[in-house]
Design a protein around this ligand. Structure first.
Ligand code: AMP
Length: 336
């Protein structure tokens, strides 16, 4: 009868729909879990002073900002870092609630977490480091949990170059992409180790002052050439409120920063930027120069949120819609 025919056809259509959606959705789902990102860096206490105010010890650290930013693009971000037993449990819960996996976070009994204090000048473009207390970081030996071994994207956040080397050596398989951040502090106290890590990474991300210090060149174009000859095939030079430059061989790309009405606290902007950069690359699983340009814009958009409030606060508030509309603002700002 026609009723039975109808039922048969409906069943066939439903069966067909389920099959195609499984074929389309399942690989994407699997991929989003496979493209795992591992980040190492500092999880710290920061005390900040800007023209807008002062904070006591708040949550900070390169790894914290990187993880919060990259977790925006990925279902899970794996962390390797160290804190003392003074680091509050609620902070850790805040991070795990954002998809950050802390299985690789060592907690050292009877020791203190890394502490950094900084003060910004009136123009917010430059800051003085007032205190760097390495504490637990002084004898940190990174241990990589076996569940992290499949990592395809490795982000070496700003920390002791020797520890960055040990993290690369601690992986059984070389990741598809290794991105590294560092700062003048390590150029001053551990230049030889720093030069060794440079030979082991794909992308280096530093600011203009650091690029000049590392290369001993004033022209950023010449500096880029010299730094790429030290190891990394790709170099990002951050220029704070003036955006960022991407270099690879003879290719160059420039992404402006979004001019904002109020900048409350630039702390962590660099880490948030690079976290967004690698998070976007891992999500799209495409490390071509063209895609790196898009990743730089996404990193810049994330950083533009970070500076709108003190510390990590703003990163806990923003939504995917906020990010999409900010990426659009960047598009309008620079396309012609
Ligand atoms: P950014 O403003 O992006 O340079 O990052 C600021 C963060 O870096 C702060 O949250 C600090 O805890 C962290 N930090 C400062 N100095 C160091 C250092 N020498 N090594 C690692 N992390 C640091």
């Amino acid at each position: 009868s026609w009723v039975r025919q109808m039922r048969k056809h409906t069943l066939l259509i439903v069966y067909f729909l389920i099959q195609t959606s499984l074929l389309v959705v399942a690989p994407r789902l699997v991929k989003s879990f496979i493209m795992s990102l591992l980040t190492i860096g500092t999880v710290a206490f920061d005390a900040l002073e800007t023209p807008y105010g002062k904070t006591d010890k708040i949550i900070g650290g390169s790894c914290t900002y990187i993880a919060l930013s990259s977790a925006f693009f990925l279902p899970r971000v794996n962390v390797v870092a160290v804190v003392g037993d003074d680091f509050p449990q609620p902070y850790m819960e805040m991070l795990t609630s954002k998809g950050i996996n802390l299985d690789g976070l060592q907690i050292k009994a009877g020791e203190k977490s890394f502490f950094w204090a900084g003060k910004y000048h009136n123009n917010m473009n430059s800051r003085d480091t007032l205190v760097t207390d390495l504490n637990v970081l002084a004898d940190f030996k990174p241990e990589i949990p076996s569940s992290y071994q499949d990592c395809e994207y490795l982000m070496l956040g700003n920390l002791t170059p020797q520890v960055q080397i040990e993290a690369i050596q601690g992986l059984n398989k070389r990741p598809k992409l290794v991105v590294m951040d560092t700062m003048n502090f390590w150029m001053d106290v551990a230049m030889d180790d720093l030069k060794r890590v440079l030979t082991m990474v794909d992308v280096l991300c530093i600011n203009d002052e650091e690029a000049r210090q590392l290369s001993e060149q004033y022209s950023l174009r010449t500096a880029a050439k010299m730094i790429m000859a030290m190891g990394p095939k790709t170099l990002i030079i951050k220029k704070g409120e003036h955006g960022a430059l991407l270099f690879q061989g003879d290719r160059m790309f420039y992404c402006p920063a979004l001019p904002l009405e109020d900048v409350f606290d630039p702390t962590g902007a660099g880490d948030t930027f690079v976290g967004g950069f690698i998070g976007y690359l891992a999500k799209t699983d495409d490390i071509s120069f063209e895609n790196m340009r898009r990743a730089i814009v996404h990193g810049s958009a994330m950083a533009s949120f970070c500076v709108e409030k003190f510390g990590t606060e703003r990163l806990f508030e923003i939504t995917e819609a906020d990010l999409a509309s900010r990426v659009n603002e960047f598009r309008e700002l620079a396309s012609f």
